[in-house]
Design a protein around this ligand. Sequence first.
Ligand code: ZN
Length: 190
Amino acid sequence: MKKNIAEIISVSNEIYDKGLVSGKSGNISARFGDVVAITPTLKSLSNMKEEDIVLVSMQGEVLTKGKPSSEVNMHLEIYKKRPDVKAIVHTHSPYATGFAFSDKKLKRLEGFGQIKNQYISSIEYQKPGTDELAKSASEGIGDEDVLILKNHGVICVSDDLREAMLLAVFVEETAKTQFVTLMLNSVKIN
Ligand SMILES: [Zn+2]
């Protein structure tokens, strides 16, 4: 478990350094059998320590010291619906979240796994930290690996934490590309 917690800390640092989360936003988790290790509430992902990572049971019982992320139920509900998912990365990365606040859909571009749907699925806004969001996100993700939370952010899931992070990076980069494309297409030259 020590090694797994070390990986959560290193992925937390990486997604912070890459600018996918800022301030105290974002949360990540990984599941090991019936136990989920998750980042804590109200702490920046930039300097997690081993003792900051909170272990919870699949039923939501807190097994260690500290308080888990306010989105812990969203993580648990996704794990319950998707036994194949072993890791979840939730960010408010700026470009993808910009799309989440807009009326524009985000296209799934080539470059990361099989494309099942042309557009990344999204769910309507639910207040962060609520059971409604947990329910809606766990249903909305279906068998996909990315979900846009309207007016909020992005969720990426995988059977591997590092892969979930790479997917979050990829989604942000594709959002950036699509933003630039939309801007260029809206400019009239001559
Ligand atoms: Zn959030």
